[in-house]
Design a protein around this ligand. Structure first.
Ligand SMILES: C[S@@+](CC[C@H](N)C(=O)[O-])C[C@H]1O[C@@H](n2cnc3c(N)ncnc32)[C@H](O)[C@@H]1O
Length: 232
């Protein structure tokens, strides 16, 4: 049963990514020129995507992968290129349509694009679930609940990112809160990786899952930490 805080934030994220920020997100995730700040974000996101993909087996033939919060679909495409059978889901129908339009012709039929909630049980079971920057707007207890929901449908690993709570990020967010929020972006919810790991360890729904690799990407305005949960 999703919590009220999860449902509230999910509604805000759908509004934000499907309408307010849709054009900006489409541009950021394309080859079109972007400002210096956004270029650092694009470079960091490219590095993060490569990191998460490197934590999956090289040969993904016969593996089922969920791209949870797929946005415009770049990670799903790379997984499909390596042979995976991918379900890519996002709250924003418009971003999902962009992802469909961007699918290279040679990969037709390899990705099942859906608009909806990543926790939809109707999506079935997966070998690996990847949630790149799609949990960073949820509070830590909700992140753990989402991880429990995703891991219940994953056979091998759940890869995800968080906004790591660091002194510099806390300062950046504090300054951000003093400024008028022009684009009404839902707040990012930084969490210390150690706190998240201890919440995960205490959650009985995640018994049998262990913390694996972790790596922080910090390029200018992009700060995100990749984490891995795996089960034997
Ligand atoms: C920062 S974007 C990242 C998109 C993509 N993973 C990427 O890295 O390009 C976060 C995305 O997560 C999606 N999202 C957030 N919560 C979701 C949920 N509960 N179910 C499905 N998608 C969700 C948002 O709609 C948004 O498109």
């Amino acid at each position: 049963m999703p919590t009220a805080t999860y449902q509230l934030r999910r509604g805000q994220l759908e509004e934000y990514f499907d309408r307010t920020a849709m054009e900006a997100w489409k541009r950021l995730t394309s080859d079109a020129p972007v400002s210096g700040i956004r270029a650092t974000v694009r470079a960091g996101r490219d590095r993060m995507r490569a990191t998460l993909l490197s934590w999956l087996p090289d040969d993904l033939r016969g593996r089922r992968i969920l791209d949870a919060g797929c946005g415009t679909g770049a990670l799903a495409v790379e997984a499909a290129r390596r042979g995976a059978d991918v379900v890519a889901i996002d709250l924003s129908p418009q971003l999902v349509q962009i992802a469909r339009d961007r699918l290279p012709a040679g990969l037709a039929g390899t990705i099942d694009f859906r608009a909806g909630d990543m926790l939809d049980p109707g999506l079935g079971r997966f070998d690996h679930v990847v949630a790149m920057d799609s949990l960073i707007h949820y509070k830590a207890p909700d992140i753990v609940r989402v991880l429990a929901g995703l891991s219940a449908r994953a056979g091998t690993s759940v890869l995800f990112t968080i906004a790591p709570r660091t002194p510099s990020l806390t300062l950046m967010h504090a300054v951000g809160r003093l400024l008028p929020r022009g684009d009404k972006a839902p707040a990012i919810e930084p969490v210390a990786p150690t706190r998240l790991v201890s919440l995960i360890a205490r959650d009985t729904n995640l018994a049998g899952w262990s913390e694996g690799r972790t790596l922080r990407v910090n390029t200018g305005f992009y700060k995100s930490q990749a984490m891995e949960l795996f089960t034997a």
